[in-house]
Design a protein around this ligand. Structure first.
Ligand code: A3P
Ligand code: MG
Length: 405
């Protein structure tokens, strides 16, 4: 079943089953990773008394309405991470042999330019795109942040921190790196660092720069480069605008329009079927923007791709029965967004509501004013404020309101 087209007539009643609940904070002031990030920790705030349960069984109900995602634009990031309001970095899928023997180690030492992970771009690229397109939506975020929300009820390893600011009625969601994730990043083994390269190298073996060219495995892998789709959709009564990186598109000119022509590329050690925890992430990442297929390169321990297989996203949850349910993922995300709407009420670009999740615990939040968590840049706040005051600009804010999502 294609859940994107499942319009659940009862979805308006889903608050009957809301998983929000009262949760007192007075026993929760254990030392945790937030404390070293801020003078005021999430747990010291007296307002931090409500939580959202992450227990799967609370989200096992009808699939919520999720409108077919519509691509409303795109942008590109070049080899120096500069923003371009166009598709110059879009690549074309070149179908490889089923048993290609791609060596993913090739070029790691001498043809790899790695993006600076210490630079936190937050929502900046999406905000730049918004300034020239002016949609009006409830939520603005990265697809990757929504992926984390979808998989939360099944997440047993990694927590997350999401900063939320309400500005001119729109809720902006931007991730904050957890202390655990920062430590892991800074203490990566050389082996792990090399394995991170392998996924990008697989992309280079299977993507061409234009319709008529072939992949160039002798070139440089530069992870600053990227093509991002911007999609608009609606989950129940939440109007969403998010952006996500797209690996490549079908090169057939008769292929369906974006996002249906996009292809997600993945590598996996497990031959034939990836592990469940990987599969749920693959599904969530592609389902959200409406990318219909994932091409998986199965590799050996030595980084050689020995088999390639295509997985339709719509069939992924049935590959291994009874492990995870798309409806649980989508209902949790929907309830989280309702929780955010209800919580983040102060409309102020300097105020951050910091939502926090640790595996097997409720989602909790704390409030921070003009703190290190503020993430809406001055250039964005000033421009939006100026354009909304200008008599020449109001139409900008209605340009997308007529979109049927
Ligand atoms: P794989 O997904 O094949 O491992 P994406 O698939 O999302 O387009 O990401 C491309 C590649 O970036 C990944 O390929 C992986 O090599 C690397 N990558 C992305 N996120 C990562 C993470 N959190 N940890 C390790 N590697 C990551
Ligand atoms: Mg990929």
């Amino acid at each position: 079943m294609d859940h994107r087209r499942s319009h659940n007539p009862n979805s308006g009643q889903q608050n009957r089953h809301s998983a929000h609940k009262r949760r007192r904070d007075d026993t929760g002031r254990r030392p945790n990773h937030h404390q070293s990030q801020s003078g005021s920790t999430p747990w010291q705030n007296p307002l931090c008394s409500r939580g959202l349960s992450t227990r799967r069984e609370l989200y096992e109900r009808d699939f919520p309405v999720y409108k077919q995602p519509v691509e409303v634009g795109c942008f590109s990031l070049d080899s120096e991470r500069r923003f371009f309001n166009d598709s110059r970095q879009l690549r074309y899928y070149a179908e490889p042999d089923r048993n290609p023997h791609f060596d993913l180690k090739d070029g790691y030492k001498d043809r790899y330019v790695k993006r600076d992970e210490n630079l936190k771009e937050k929502l900046d690229h999406i905000l730049r795109w918004i300034l020239s397109h002016c949609p009006y939506v409830d939520f603005v975020t990265w697809r990757g942040h929504l992926t984390k929300l979808l998989t939360t009820p099944y997440e047993a390893r990694e927590g997350w921190l999401l900063a939320v600011t309400r500005f001119r009625g729109t809720l902006y969601i931007s991730e904050v790196e957890t202390e655990a994730s920062r430590r892991e990043r800074e203490n990566r083994t050389e082996r792990h660092a090399e394995m991170m390269y392998w996924g990008y190298k697989f992309e280079q073996y299977t993507c061409a720069d234009n319709v008529h060219s072939l992949p160039d495995p002798g070139g440089v892998v530069n992870t600053n480069e990227g093509f991002c789709t911007v999609v608009q959709t609606r989950l129940s009564d939440h109007r969403l605008l998010f952006s996500g990186e797209v690996d490549c598109r079908d090169k057939d000119p008769k292929a369906p329009a974006p996002p249906a022509c996009y292809v997600e590329l993945k590598t996996s050690l497990e031959i034939t079927t990836p592990k469940q925890f990987k599969l749920i992430k693959w599904w969530a990442q592609s389902f959200l923007p409406g990318v219909p297929r994932v091409v998986a390169g199965f590799r050996d321990h030595d980084g050689v791709v020995v088999a390639v297989e295509t997985f339709p996203v719509s069939k992924m949850s049935q590959l291994i029965k009874n492990c995870w349910k798309p409806t649980v993922c989508m209902n949790f995300c929907c309830d989280f967004l309702s929780f955010v709407k209800q919580t983040a009420t102060e409309d102020d670009p300097g105020v951050v509501y910091l939502f926090s999740f640790e595996p097997h615990r409720d989602v909790t939040y704390s409030i921070h004013r003009d703190s290190q968590y503020s993430f809406l840049p001055h250039w964005y706040v000033d421009e939006i404020t100026r354009s909304q005051l200008s008599p020449h600009m109001p139409s900008c804010y209605h340009a997308f309101s007529s979109l049927a999502v």
